[in-house]
Design a binder for this molecule. Structure first.
Ligand code: ZN
Length: 297
């Protein structure tokens, strides 16, 4: 019997399709997972026992880095965040909410501004200026779909799993369909997943993209920041975190403390005021345990 390590790319009715070195192997999970109340997830790195008779068993789930989304995907490395310039209108606050959420989940984010082609040039210029700040603090930003599609395969490292996120109506599904059909054309692969598109319940499948994978879920629009500990929030604003090394107090929350470097940099225009305002707003919501109306839908 041979053992091999791979990634679960789809799961249905107790069967798990595992990609091992560019081949897909159908497996069943050993009962031991049920006993341990462990449920293998799409995205899990697993050890498979391969059998000549075609009875392949999933025997071990390797430690998970994270699990996000509904349905959940394990080990998400990065998120392609689709945020629209118009319809729905571009919102810095919403952008900050997403970035906070993924920083908390320890997932990198690439920002894609959609619908820039149907935005007035004046408005687009403002948005671009605002997004330059995000680029400076380490978030890659794309607004040209073609450029994104050219760069994306190079950005996805071996076995990395990416997923899409963004508000509904921003164009996630359109982009996803495009990426998926291009990926299939490039590899000449026929879908190996089980009964795609016929599920009664929502399922998630990974498709090969570059040397990694993209999850075919249209991502999630709702984000819940309420499980973040209020005093930890400052760590998920990378620009604030960097500045905080120079705050007078180590545990500085950048609110009323004297000698606060963050507030100084906001005053000097080096930290975007909108970022600081988002921080205060989210912090207040978490401490009040109050969700803003528009997120309740
Ligand atoms: Zn401070």
């Amino acid at each position: 019997m041979k053992k091999a390590e791979g990634t679960i790319i789809s799961a249905i009715s107790g069967y798990y399709d595992v990609e091992i070195d560019n081949k897909v192997v159908r497996t069943r999970a050993r009962g031991v997972f049920r006993d341990r109340k462990q449920k293998p997830l799409v995205g899990d790195r697993v050890v498979v026992q391969l059998d000549d008779q075609g009875m392949n068993y999933l025997i071990e789930i390797l430690p998970r880095i994270n699990e996000i989304g509904r349905p959940a995907v394990a080990n998400v490395s990065r998120v392609l965040l689709v945020i629209s310039a118009v319809e729905p209108d571009f919102s810095l606050e919403l952008l900050d909410r997403y970035l906070t959420f993924f920083a908390w989940k320890n997932v990198g984010v690439v920002i894609y501004l959609s619908k820039s082609d149907i935005t007035s040039s004046g408005r687009l210029k403002d948005i671009q200026t605002e997004l330059e700040y995000y680029q400076r603090i380490g978030y890659p930003v794309f607004e040209d779909a073609e450029k994104l599609e050219n760069e994306l395969p190079k950005m996805i490292d071996k076995d990395q799993i990416w997923t899409l996120a963004g508000q509904s109506g921003a164009g996630k599904s359109t982009l996803l369909n495009k990426l998926e059909s291009e990926a299939k054309q490039a590899t000449g692969a026929i879908s190996t997943a089980l009964n795609r598109g016929k599920h009664t319940t929502r399922q998630v499948t990974l498709f090969k993209y570059g040397s990694g994978f993209i999850a075919d879920t249209p991502g999630f629009s709702a984000i819940d920041l309420f499980k973040i500990k209020v005093d930890d929030l400052r760590n998920y604003f990378y620009d604030l975190k960097e500045a905080s090394a120079n705050c007078r107090f180590r545990g500085c929350q950048h609110i009323k403390e004297p000698g606060c470097e963050v507030k100084k940099l906001v005053e000097e225009g080096k930290i975007a005021r909108s970022r600081y305002e988002s921080y205060l707003k989210i912090r207040q919501e978490i401490s009040d345990n109050r969700m803003p109306e528009y997120l309740k839908k």
